[in-house]
Ligand binder design. Sequence first.
Ligand code: HAM
Length: 420
Amino acid sequence: MIKAVTGTKDILPDEIPAWKVVEKTIERIFRNFNYKEIRTPVFEETSLFARGIGEETDIVGKEMYSFTDRSENNITLKPEMTASVVRAFIEHSLGKQQSLNKLYYVSPMFRQERPQAGRLRQFHQFGAEALGSTSVYLDVEMIQMAYEILKELGLKDLNVKINSLGTPESRNLYKEKLRKFLSDKKDKLSEDSRKRFEKNILRIFDSKDEKDKKIMKDAPLLLDNLDNESKDSFEIVKETLKLSEIPFKVDPYLVRGLDYYTKTTFEIVSGKVGSQNALCGGGRYDLLVEQLEGEPTPGVGFAAGIERILLACENEKTLNLPENKIDLFIACLNDELAGKVFEIALNLRRKNISVECDYLNRSLKAQMREANRLKAKYVLFVGGDEYKNGLANLKNMETSEQRLVSLNKIDSILLEVFNV
Ligand code: HAM
C-alpha cells in the first residue's frame, strides 16, 4: 500500500475546521495591522536559500529538499519564506512603489528534519515581513501580531523570549571574544560544537549537549557586547513590550537558526507541546536585501508553525469549533422522484442554502440516519400523497415540528427560515 511520505501529513475533513479558525484569525489580525498578503512559488532556485539563509546553517547544510530538474536547474522546495519574499520584493521593485511594504503569508514549507511531534517535513507557516524601515516599533509590531494571534486562539502557556544579535560589526568583535574564551575548552566540546566553532560559533549556544551547556554558561554574552545603537533599540523594544502588556524574558542564549538576523530576535514558546516548543520566531534582518542584490533595505519579520500551534491548542483545549451543520436534507420517498429532488436541491444551493440529498437509493430510515449524521437543521420529505398536491413536509430537526409547505414556494420559505 502506498502511504504518505514520512514526515508529511494529510489534513482530513474533520481537522479542517481547526485550520479554518487559525486561518481566519491570522487574516483578521494581519488586516488590523495593515499587512497585505503575498504568495510566492513553492520552489525557488537553490542559490536563493543558500545565499539568503546561510551556507553554514542546518537548514541549508542538512535539511533542504533540493534537486536538479530535467533542464538541469537547481531547485529547492522552500524551507522558509523570508528569502522568497525578499526575492519577490527585489524582482518586482516593490520598494519603488511604496517606501514601506508590509506583507504576510500562509504557505507550506519543506525541511528534511527528523520527524517527531510538532516537527514535520512538510509543515505550514504563516508569517509577516516589513521591508523598508529601521523603526524599532516594527520589531515590536511583529511580536505584538504573533502574540495577539496566539492569544486569540486561546493559548495561555506562552513565553516570549527576546534577544539582540547586534550589528555585524559588534557581532564579529564578540565572536572573536567567544573564540578566545573557547580556544582552550574546544577539545571538551561535542563533535557538533567543535564543527560550529570553525563555521558558526554562535550556534554553540543552541547545543543540547549537557557538557557544551555547562561550558557555555560561563561564556561572554553577545548581549553584554552590543554596539550602542543595538543597545538603544533593544531598550525601546523592552519598554514598548512592557507598555503593550506583553510579558517577556530576555534570553541572551537565543541565537536562532538562520544567518540573516541583525539586532532584535525573538521566539514565542509554548509550555504545552513538548521539546519542539517554538511556536514562532523572527527578528530584524537589515542586510538581507542587499545580500540578495537589492537596493539596501532594512527588514524585520517572523514566522509561526501552524501544526505546532494546533498541537498547543489541542493540548490546552482552547478551540471552540463551530458545528458543521447543513441547512437541509431532502429525503426522497419515491425513487422516481430522485430527479425532481436533485432539481429542488440545485435551486436551493443556488440561493446559498446548503443542501444534501440521497445518492445511494437508501430507505427512508437510512436517509433520516444520514440527515442526523449531517446535523441537518431541516428535512424536506418529497413524495407521497402530499407531492401529488404540490406539497411536501418540512421538519425542523431541533423542535421536531412539521409543516406542509408548497414546493413552488420552497425557496422563499427556506430563505426566510434561514435568513439568507
Ligand atoms: P524558523 O524559526 O525556522 O524561522 O521557523 C519558524 C517556525 O516554523 C518555528 O517556530 C516552528 O513553529 C515552525 N517550524 C519550523 N520547522 C518546522 C518543522 N520541521 N515542522 C513543523 N514546524 C516547523 C523562519 O522560518 C524565519 N523565516 C522566520 C522569520 C521571518 N524571520 C524573519 N522573518
